[in-house]
Ligand binder design. Structure first.
Ligand SMILES: Nc1nc2c(ncn2[C@@H]2O[C@H](COP(=O)(O)OP(=O)(O)OP(=O)(O)O)[C@@H](O)[C@H]2O)c(=O)[nH]1
Ligand SMILES: [Mg+2]
Length: 426
């Protein structure tokens, strides 16, 4: 892993731009979120700047005068870090470095990557984060980043004839990216084997904006012990648990990484395998933080990321969480706008039974009914049928056991196949 300079305990200022069609209030909210991101990454936010512009300035993103003012004030206040809410081009970052060598300039993407790096715990998430970071870094290599070979162990990394240091660094990074891709492929294959084993159950995946309460809900429903924190991206890996909705219906519930506005594409791409549970789910529980001012934007972001990862055809059940923090009037307004949604508090265990019934209802939508026949001697297979599906009717005749079964489509298909494998008739 390439070590980056830590931004922990660094003083930072935030910069946002109001472009035509945006309101001051919206940009303030975006900076509130950026501030939370910066704090989660360990920085100390001491101020913010907002500029209204007709268009982005290609040199500094903001105007030249404003850029100089921010840099000068930063130097006076001992601020080491300037964080933009928007993505800066590599040349914009370089231009800021020309204004002030001692000050670092980062954008939202850089901060998000930083947090992911700090929170990655497993081999898989560490590999995914490093891959995304290197892809982000490659076009942004500046002299601050040269001499990577010292960090990466030396062998085979010395500059060849005519190669500049930056070219060497690019080569090192490309090699490393190729190696990480290969590692991830291997991990993918292991995951595919595990996922095959889970085909028999109805699969439900929790998705939502970061900090919406997905892991809290996972823990409340299943007694799992997923890490919950009032910070962004507490969860980076996928946890899967079984949940008995009632005596006859068992589901698999999964909790995974949260989404955020402007989630870096490289991260979305490298976390694809973590999100496979979402892609293969029969039902998505889209969890919203009802107490957030940005609920609409968050809902839109989640829908966009879902479509980016290719989750386009699944049923979605909208779940509004944190109702314990909402005023009665707000709650009523949201219920009118989202009549299909289930309103809960994962933390206070409010209306979780309503949520479970709603999941069951969705499950039953996919249920099928079929008739199968088994030879009377096939006791073991007949027992399997009773264990895995609802048996609506059973008739024990001399020539066979006639069963009318009902259950999830995959299960009914499997039982039909089982019946025909044993010489039974349908
Ligand atoms: N008041 C209130 N707080 C809640 C509720 N559900 C979750 N929280 C709080 O919201 C914060 C985030 O909860 P998490 O469960 O970690 O959220 P998450 O969606 O898993 O977040 P990431 O893993 O970071 O994407 C924690 O401080 C929780 O205690 C709720 O129903 N009511
Ligand atoms: Mg979580």
């Amino acid at each position: 892993m390439i070590e980056r300079e830590s931004i922990v305990h660094e003083k930072a200022v935030l910069v946002g731009v109001i472009l035509p069609g945006m309101t001051q209030a919206l940009i303030e909210e975006h900076l509130d979120e950026l501030s939370l991101l910066a704090q989660t990454a360990g920085a100390e936010v001491v101020g913010r700047y907002i500029q209204r512009r007709e268009r982005v300035n290609p040199t500094y993103f903001i105007g030249k005068g404003k850029a100089q003012q921010i840099v000068q004030q930063a130097q006076e206040l001992g601020v080491q870090l300037i964080i933009f809410d928007d993505e800066l081009s590599p040349s914009q970052i370089r231009n800021f470095l020309k204004l002030a060598e001692s000050i670092k300039v980062m954008d939202r993407t850089g901060i998000i990557l930083d947090i992911f790096q700090r929170h990655a715990k497993t081999r898989e998430s560490k590999t995914q984060v490093e891959l995304a970071q290197l892809q982000y870094l490659l076009p942004r290599l500046t002299r601050l980043w040269t001499h990577l070979e010292r960090q990466m162990g030396g062998i085979g990394t010395r500059a060849g004839a005519g190669e500049t240091q930056i070219e060497v660094d690019r080569r090192i990074i490309r090699d490393r990216i190729a190696k990480l891709r290969k590692d991830l492929k291997k991990i993918d294959i292991e995951r595919a084997t595990q996922s095959k084993r889970r085909r028999e159950l109805f699969r439900v995946a929790l998705v939502g904006y970061t900090n919406a309460g997905k892991s809290t809900l996972m823990n409340s429903l299943t007694g799992a012990n997923v890490f919950v924190q009032d910070q962004l991206f507490a969860t980076l890996d996928t946890t899967i648990r079984t949940l008995d909705i009632d005596d006859h219906h068992r589901i698999l519930l999964s909790d995974s990484v949260g989404f955020i506005r402007k989630l870096p594409h490289a991260l979305v791409a490298s976390f694809r395998s973590t999100l496979i549970e979402v892609l293969e789910a029969d039902l998505l529980l889209l969890l919203l933080d009802g107490s957030s001012h940005l609920l609409d934007e968050q809902l839109q972001t989640v829908r966009e990321v879902l479509s980016e990862i290719g989750a386009r055809n699944q049923d979605i059940l909208l779940v509004v969480n944190k109702v314990d923090l909402m005023e009665e009037t707000e709650l009523r307004g949201l219920k009118e706008r989202f009549p299909e949604a289930v309103f809960i508090s994962a933390l206070s265990h409010l209306r979780l039974d309503v949520l479970q019934s709603a999941i069951l209802k969705q499950m039953e939508k996919t249920f099928q009914t079929a008739k199968v026949v088994f030879d009377p001697g096939r006791g073991k297979e007949i027992a399997t049928v009773f264990e895995t599906a609802d048996v609506l009717e059973s008739s024990y005749e001399d020539d066979g056991v006639y069963l009318t079964i009902r259950g999830a489509k995959v299960i009914v298909e499997q039982l039909k196949a089982l019946a025909s494998r044993n010489g039974g008739k349908e």
